[in-house]
Design a protein around this ligand. Structure first.
Ligand code: C2E
Ligand code: CA
Ligand code: CA
Ligand code: CA
Length: 275
């Protein structure tokens, strides 16, 4: 029996080694991903619920690894945050999204995700300003999305940076709303221009009265605070209808459009095109 345990432990340890090695290899590859041109952005449409018009697009990062193929952001962003390459990657995302949005001949917004690490370490307001000047994108067309984990890290500093960014004319959205642990306090203290309701509520809305009640409550909250609410993860017509009835401002999800490469967005002319 002892031998079995020893063998099992050895096996477990070598499996751990394997995972750690794979992670280290990915971390190394990631540092070179920008120069090798392996990163790209997909864009997902954000739609007005009452009118069906296109309001903007969220930029979503994609990494095509030369050996492993497409690696989803949930797998490589944590690695990038750990080894610091998120700084260069985040800057690349911001610059690329602004450049591409400036080349669209329309007025739609472009929403860009920010990592808490970028917030903590970069002079973010300066960087955003530089990139807006460099790309010629109007500041009012840029929206930055951040999650509560960004805020809780250092509230005072985050508030300071957010005010600087807002002074440029850029807007701020709170992402994955409802999944953090200080949502209401956050809304009271930070100058958000949009609430993005986490997609977990949408996923349950058709069978869970609780999920529906929470969506309704957040919409009421948004109206009281005069902050528009965008519902994430809308996958069905029924879900969209519920949002119409409840008076949601904007929606995003596979039903309205999947994330697509830029050429497909431009090809179909951007506005009001579904799927
Ligand atoms: P997120 O910011 O909440 O982005 C929305 C995610 O939900 C995207 O996954 C999108 O493809 C997916 N999604 C959209 N509509 C639906 C739907 O109807 N149903 C379902 N089930 N999913 C839907 P993606 O592109 O894999 O990105 C995952 C996360 O990675 C993002 O979550 C964001 O936190 C992070 N991320 C993506 N791009 C960037 C980036 O450029 N910088 C940073 N820091 N994080 C990023
Ligand atoms: Ca987001
Ligand atoms: Ca989200
Ligand atoms: Ca998320």
């Amino acid at each position: 029996a002892k031998n079995d345990v020893t063998r099992a432990v050895c096996f477990y340890e070598s499996a751990m080694d394997e995972t750690a090695r794979a992670r280290r290899a990915l971390a190394t590859d990631l540092r070179q991903a920008i120069e090798r041109g392996e990163l790209s952005l997909h864009y997902q449409v954000q739609t007005s619920v009452p009118t069906g018009a296109t309001c903007g697009y969220e930029a979503l990062l994609r990494w095509t690894h030369p050996v492993h193929g497409m690696i989803p952001p949930v797998e490589f962003i944590p690695i990038a945050e750990e080894n610091g390459s998120i700084m260069a990657i985040g800057e690349w995302v911001l610059r690329t999204a602004c450049r591409q949005a400036a080349s669209w001949d329309n007025s739609h917004k472009i929403a860009v995700n920010l990592s808490p690490v970028q917030f903590a370490h970069a002079d973010l307001a300066k960087l955003v300003h530089q990139i807006l000047v460099e790309t010629g994108l109007s500041p009012k067309r840029l929206e930055l999305e951040l999650t509560e984990s960004t805020i809780v890290a250092d509230k005072v500093r985050t508030l300071h940076v957010l005010r600087q960014i807002k002074a440029l004319g850029v807007t701020i959205a709170i992402d994955d709303f409802g999944t953090g642990y200080s949502s209401l306090d956050t809304l009271r203290s930070f100058p958000f221009d949009k609430i993005k309701l986490d997609r977990s509520f949408m996923a349950d809305v058709e069978r869970s009265p609780q999920a529906k009640a929470i969506i309704r409550a957040v919409l009421t909250l948004g109206r009281s605070l005069d902050i528009p609410v965008l519902a994430e993860g809308v996958e069905t017509h029924v879900q969209l209808t519920i949002l119409q009835v409840e008076g949601c401002n904007e929606a995003q999800g596979y039903f309205l459009g999947r994330p697509k490469p830029i050429d497909q967005i431009l090809l179909i002319g951007g506005p009001d095109v579904r799927n």
